[in-house]
Each structure stands twice: as structure tokens, then as C-alpha cells.
Design a protein around this ligand. Structure first.
Ligand code: FES
Length: 101
């Protein structure tokens, strides 16, 4: 079960356990995490996050997620759409923060 740490400049980091195979968006909703959402369907890019550590704990992005990230010029190995992220099984720390550009 991964530990997700949400980081922002304005608040202390928030650490939350995430279920194997679960979705990051559900963890964000349950814990009122600092990631903004809008469409929740890989269309708008509002939920773009920077993955600071632990990308290997995540399933790879699907084509529709990559398409949106490319519109913003993001590298899918370093940035993701939080509404599309699913956790692989396994232990580790995922550190993320919302994109501010
Ligand atoms: S909320 Fe729109 S792409 Fe994630």
C-alpha cells in the first residue's frame, strides 16, 4: 500500500495511505487534498500534477492522458493527470504537487 504525500508551498505536507489498484482522485476527494479538479475525464488539464518521487508506483498513462499532457508540453514521465492516475500494487512513497504553470 503506497503512501501519498501531497506537497504545496502554502501548507505542511499531507501524507495519506492509498489502496493498491485504487485511484488518486478518490484519495484526493476523501482527504480534501490540494489538487484541483474540473472535468475528471482527461480533457481539461486542471488536475495536472508533478510527480516528485514514486512514479514507479503508478500505472502508466493511457493515450488520452498523454494527449492532454502533450498539449501542455508536459513530460508524461514527470507529470500526470491526477484524475487518471491508478496505483499499482506495492510499497513506497509517492510525492506529488499541483502544477503551477
Ligand atoms: S480534471 Fe480535467 S483532466 Fe483531470
Amino acid at each position: 500500500m503506497p503512501l501519498v504525500v501531497f506537497e504545496t508551498p502554502a501548507a505542511p505536507p499531507l501524507g495519506v495511505s492509498a489502496p493498491d489498484g485504487g485511484r488518486l482522485v478518490d484519495v484526493c476527494d476523501e482527504r480534501s487534498a490540494c489538487i484541483p479538479f474540473s472535468c475528471r475525464s482527461a480533457s481539461c488539464g486542471t488536475c495536472r500534477i508533478e510527480v516528485l518521487e514514486g512514479a514507479e508506483l503508478l500505472d502508466p498513462p493511457r493515450d488520452d492522458e498523454v494527449d492532454v499532457l502533450e498539449i501542455f508540453g508536459d513530460d508524461p514521465s514527470r507529470r500526470r493527470l491526477a484524475c487518471q492516475v491508478r496505483f499499482r500494487g506495492g510499497e513506497g512513497v509517492l510525492r506529488v504537487r499541483p502544477c503551477d504553470d
